[in-house]
Each structure stands twice: as structure tokens, then as C-alpha cells.
Design a protein around this ligand. Structure first.
Ligand SMILES: [Zn+2]
Length: 458
């Protein structure tokens, strides 16, 4: 569909309400556009501290006490914490979690400058338009709107933006530790809705679980020697053979309450073959035909169990020498509830060669269980979505990637991906080129957040 037709479809859609909060909507777009201009990328010239300072300025202008909004610098980045004090000091805080750093973007590769915000054909373009500067702007504008309306929360509302979610997650870990007493964390960098290719909202997902990230280094060492006198033991051959065995291996498929609910709920919106596989797998995770269908689809293979894949390879030291060393990295996305050590032990068995040494080289990851599907959270999301997009269904979902939710869950705080931003599957350019998000999301998202934040903090 052409963009103009897409915009028409959106405008004609009865699911999209008229602007209900014009000031907050205008503020959200303005903040998002300004936020995109900060090059908040890890490394030299990182402007995350400046972006955090800009957001603090907006929050203070919007009614937050200056002392209640802090920007803390760490290495080349910074994080922001804004606390809105509730009436009941004994109530646990509600945390609204996001990040303001972005993945590197090379201007030469983009059609437009990634750090200049452009609104064109109904889309906001720029690095962070999807992940997640528009979301940060939306929650900032929604909280300022609640202040303007004179809302008084019962529990503290804490808004926090980490400054290195896309890289080391050092600030993410610090923040989550600081709020280990929270009632729950609402992660606006997760969840999100699917817009059909016809421009109509199909469904919203609530992120309630994440797979665990792990890196295992496999190494084979040999004495080496002259390449004119090959011997049977060869580090490159041994490692390659082990990797081929790992490549052909499938971990036992698994199902949990979240993926079961997702497969059941989302089945109706799939092609007939996928729909049948969704339903069959939800009913019986040992169903061979369903496993084959889902495992062969890159979009779903990560939903049915642990996956491991070779991502880096190096070996040898000279063109004319037998290799003394060969090394590979195997990256795993581990199903919630499974320990990384168990996965490494399983891989070792599959490699079936004692010459292959295994080492867990994972950095910045913490295994977490799924968060329970709390009735209060589910009801609040349902109410909020009903106001923004009446009739659009909601499914819980497990993310195959990692986010700041991991740090809250590892501190025992349930965390939920609750972004109400809808995009088409064909428009998802997070981390990639020409990132963009439809601006038609802004009005319903403000309506949704106003409802959600009051419901869960009153
Ligand atoms: Zn993100």
C-alpha cells in the first residue's frame, strides 16, 4: 500500500480516536523530534547526558520538583530518574522504564540524516523513532499532562531512562537495583502493537518474559606444525565438525503460560498453515508437524525453545602453518527457566569431542523467569487499550531479545513491556536503516498512557 493510502486508511479507521489531549500530543511530538537530534550513541561524542538534561528540563517545566529529577553521569553516558511522590509513602512505587541511548547510525548509509527528525507522509523518521525516543517522549508528555490535570497518585511514580540499554546495560542494572522494592516496572521499550499491512491495528502484545542471552566460546588447540606435513588432529577441522553437529541440533521445544497464550491468541491472524501450527503447538508442544513448521520460520523458531547459533569464527596464524588454535562464538537465546550452565553442558554433549573446550563468556546478562500475568496489570492494559483502540485484542508475549526488564525481573520485580505504539511488520527498522514510526500513534498512545498510569498508581 502506498503511504498516502495508508494514511487515509488510518484516518478512516474507527479505531482511532480524535485528538483528545492536543497539548500533550503536540508536546510528545516536539520532545520526540528534539530527542532524535541528540546523538545518544555509546562512544566518543555520546550525547546521552545532554539528552537526559533536556528531558529533565521538560519534566521540571511540566511540574516535577527540580530535586525529584536527577541526571547521573556514568562513563560516557547518563541516566535520568524522576520521582513523582504519591500520597501514601508506604505504597511501593510504580516504575516506568525506558532508555534514551540508541544504536549507532552511519549518516552515509541513510536516506535522511539519522539525527535530524523529519515528519513526512505520516511518519516520524530518525534514529530512535521506533527504539525508543518516541516512546520516551510519549510517557514524558503523558506524565506532564497528568500533572497539568492535577492528578495525585497514591503510590510514587518513578520515571527512569537508562543510558546504555543498547550496549553494556550498566546504568540499567544500577537503576533496577535501586528500585528492587517496586510494585512493578512498566517497560515502554517492550510490548507494542502490530499494524496490519492495511493500516488497521491487529493486536497488542504485552511483554511478560524474555529469553536469556548467552555467549559460549568454543576453542580447540593443537601443537600445530608445518602445513606440508598435515596430521589427523587439526584445530580447524575439529572445531568445524563440532559446529556442524551443533548447527544440526534442536533443543527440546518448550511452552510456558505466556507463549501458550500468545500462540492461542495470535493464531487467528496467521496464514492457515501457521495458524494450525500455533494451535497445535499450544495444545501439545511435542506435536512434530507443528514443531517443524514453527522451527523453519525465523520469526517463530525463537518462541518454541532455546536456540543457539554460531556467530563468530577465527583460527590459524599463518597461511602455511597447521592451526594451533581455532575459536568460535556460539550465541544462545535461552528459554525462561533454563539455566545457561545446562545449555552449555548440552552443547558440550552435542559437540561430542573432548578436544573442544567450552567457556561461558556472556557479559551483561542475567537469567530471568517470566513475570506472572497479574490480573491488575492485564485489566489496566485492557481498559487503557479499550479507550485508545476499542476492540483490539491483547496477547502476552515472550521477547527473544533482552531489554531492561531483565534487570527488574532478576531483582524480583515483575516487569511488563507495555508500549502502545503500533507499527507494520514491514516498517520495523529498529537498529537498522531509515527507522520510522507513524505519527498517528501519538494521540491514542497518550490516551492509553493516561489511563494506564492512573490505574496502576491510584
Ligand atoms: Zn530499545
Amino acid at each position: 500500500m502506498k503511504l498516502a493510502a495508508f494514511a487515509l486508511a488510518l484516518a478512516a479507521s474507527p479505531a482511532l480516536a480524535a485528538p483528545a489531549h492536543p497539548a500533550a500530543e503536540a508536546r510528545a511530538l516536539e520532545i520526540a523530534k528534539r530527542a532524535i537530534t541528540f546523538r545518544s550513541v555509546a562512544g566518543p561524542g555520546n550525547q546521552t547526558p545532554q539528552l537526559a538534561a533536556y528531558l529533565k528540563e521538560q519534566l521540571v517545566k511540566g511540574g516535577f520538583a527540580d530535586a525529584d529529577v536527577t541526571v547521573t553521569s556514568i562513563d560516557d553516558t547518563a541516566y535520568l530518574i524522576a520521582r513523582w511522590r504519591g500520597a501514601d509513602a508506604s505504597a511501593k512505587p510504580l516504575v516506568i522504564s525506558g532508555h534514551i541511548d540508541v544504536v549507532e547510525a552511519k549518516p552515509a548509509d541513510w536516506r535522511r540524516d539519522p539525527f535530524t527528525a523529519v515528519v513526512e507522509n505520516g511518519y516520524l523518521y530518525g534514529r530512535g523513532a521506533t527504539d525508543m525516543k518516541l516512546d520516551a517522549a510519549l510517557v514524558t508528555a503523558a506524565l506532564i499532562e497528568l500533572k497539568r490535570q492535577g492528578y495525585q497518585p497514591r503510590r510514587d511514580i518513578v520515571l527512569e531512562f537508562s543510558g546504555d540499554e543498547e550496549t553494556t546495560m550498566k546504568t540499567s542494572a544500577i537503576i533496577a537495583k535501586q528500585f528492587a522494592d517496586a510494585e512493578m516496572a512498566l517497560n515502554v521499550d517492550g510490548g507494542g502493537g502490530l499494524l496490519g499491512e492495511d493500516g488497521n491495528p491487529e493486536y497488542l502484545t504485552i511483554g511478560a518474559a524474555e529469553k536469556t542471552y548467552a555467549d559460549f566460546e568454543l576453542t580447540v588447540t593443537n601443537p600445530g606444525g608445518h602445513s606440508s606435513a598435515p596430521r589427523k588432529a587439526n584445530a580447524i577441522y575439529q572445531l568445524s565438525a563440532a559446529l556442524v553437529r551443533i548447527g544440526g541440533y534442536r533443543f527440546t521445544p518448550r511452552l510456558n503460560a505466556i507463549t501458550k497464550a500468545y500462540f492461542e491468541g495470535a493464531a487467528a491472524r496467521q496464514t492457515p498453515a501457521l495458524a494450525a501450527a500455533f494451535r497445535a503447538f499450544a495444545k501439545d508442544p511435542t506435536d512434530k508437524a507443528a514443531i517443524e513448521t514453527l522451527a523453519s520460520d525465523p520469526a517463530y523458531v525463537g518462541q518454541i525453545g532455546t536456540t543457539c547459533v554460531a556467530t563468530m569464527l577465527s583460527g590459524g596464524h599463518a597461511l602455511n602453518a597447521l592451526p594451533q588454535r581455532a575459536t568460535a562464538n556460539v550465541n544462545c537465546r535461552i528459554f525462561p527457566g533454563v539455566k545457561p550452565a545446562e545449555v552449555m553442558a548440552e552443547l558440550r554433549k552435542v559437540a561430542a569431542d573432548p578436544a573442544v573446550e567450552f567457556k561461558d563468556v556472556t557479559e551483561g546478562s542475567s537469567p530471568t523467569d517470566a513475570s506472572p500475568l497479574r490480573p491488575d496489570l492485564m485489566a489496566a492494559v485492557k481498559t487503557a487499550l479499550g479507550k485508545a483502540y476499542p476492540g483490539v485484542p491483547i496477547f502476552p508475549a515472550m521477547s527473544s531479545g533482552a531489554s531492561d526488564s531483565m534487570w527488574f525481573r532478576s531483582n524480583g520485580v515483575p516487569s511488563y513491556g507495555v508500549s502502545p505504539v503500533f507499527i507494520k511488520a514491514s516498517d520495523d527498522f529498529s537498529h537498522g536503516l531509515n527507522e520510522r514510526t507513524p505519527v498517528a500513534n501519538i494521540a491514542p498512545a497518550i490516551t492509553y498512557y493516561l489511563s494506564l498510569f492512573t490505574d496502576l498508581s491510584k
